[in-house]
Design a protein around this ligand. Structure first.
Ligand code: CP
Length: 338
């Protein structure tokens, strides 16, 4: 895949060269994401942001990423504020909105819908999450975070990574995309921890194994997180179940807190979660008592989303080498704690 003009629909489009290219550009976006500089490289460009499911991080960070590059954002949130509610097809919506935008990011509750939309779009479309299928930009920012966190601990590279994924692996699109991305690497050891009914889809497990990686499936968390570099927790995807009652059978099954972390994890294990974490008492998969744990990377992970999404826009719109030429220092107070 070449980035320029491409849709980003699935993580399977990527090879390692593109990941390296993307991450190198993301590294260069740090002065902008951290508000030391502004660039107007996308001055006049318009992002169409269409989110037909709730979102905080993906919607806002894509929007901020585009703004930080100097572009403007036009948003549609929810079916009720779109003519789709009047029966308009994805085809017609794509034909119309791609006439108004230079690039579109879309989230939709149905698997495959973003690809269907993209096939009618006249501009590149980025999948912001389609049902339980995929969330490619989340996987990219997750891998970027893993790489950065490990580097901080003195370790280079993803090959040989030991990662546990915990929770709803059946409906969790972030872990689907992350597994597909990790299958590009070697000697990765994955421990997939879920209730039997919520196991990772078999085709994803098979393709990991076919690539020479090790996959162990378990329904027990404590005994499975002792020797991992990354403990990646996920939420029970309540919105994908046939009823709230069915989802509640699994909510709260796996709860990682400081006491469990101290007892079972290696002292350097990095804790990740795509967020939102479900902090309601009946779920609480990642307890607030981990908030001061320096290995809790969840907010650094969310911050990295801006860098990676800026890099995606810069590469898709072919301005990655122009960003600094349109830059200046900011003139407002920007001190922030990281
Ligand atoms: N991680 C993620 O997709 O978060 P949002 O649902 O808030 O976008």
């Amino acid at each position: 895949m070449k980035f320029t003009g491409s849709h980003i629909l699935s993580i399977t489009q990527f090879k390692r060269e593109q990941i390296d290219q993307l991450f190198a550009v993301a590294d260069r976006m740090e002065p902008y994401a951290h508000r030391r500089k502004v660039t107007r490289v996308l001055d006049g460009a318009i992002l169409g942001s269409m989110f037909f499911e709730p979102s905080t991080r993906t919607r806002v960070s894509f929007g901020c990423a585009f703004n930080l590059l100097g572009g403007e954002v036009r948003e549609t949130t929810g079916f009720e504020s779109s003519a789709i509610a009047k029966g308009e097809s994805l085809y017609d919506t794509a034909r119309v909105l791609s006439g108004y935008s230079d690039v579109i990011v879309m989230r939709h509750p149905t698997s495959g819908s973003v690809a269907e939309f993209a096939s009618a779009s006249r501009v590149p479309v980025i999948n912001g999450g389609d049902g339980s299928n995929e969330h490619p930009s989340q996987a990219l920012l997750d891998l970027y975070t893993i790489r950065k966190e490990l580097k901080h601990k003195g370790r280079a590279g993803i090959d040989g990574l030991r990662i546990a994924m915990i929770g709803d692996l059946k409906y969790g699109r972030t872990v689907h995309s992350l597994c597909k991305l990790l299958s590009l690497f070697q000697n990765v050891h994955l421990t997939l921890i879920s209730p039997d009914e919520l196991r990772m889809p078999a085709d994803i497990v098979e393709s990991l194994r076919a690539g020479g990686n090790t996959v162990v499936e378990s329904d027990a968390m404590e005994s499975s997180i002792s020797h991992v570099d990354i403990a990646y927790s996920t939420r029970i995807q309540e919105e994908r179940f046939s009823s709230k009652e069915e989802a509640s059978l699994y909510r709260g099954r796996y709860r990682l807190n400081q006491a469990i972390y101290t007892r079972f994890c290696e002292p350097n294990t990095v804790i990740m979660h795509p967020l939102p974490r479900d902090s309601r008492v009946e779920a609480n998969e990642l307890d607030n008592d981990l908030n001061e744990n320096p290995n809790l990377a969840i907010f650094r992970q969310a911050d990295n989303g801006v860098l990676v999404r800026m890099a995606l826009f810069a590469l898709i719109l072919d301005v990655a080498d122009e960003v600094d030429r349109h830059a200046r220092d900011v003139n407002w107070y920007t001190e922030r704690r990281f």
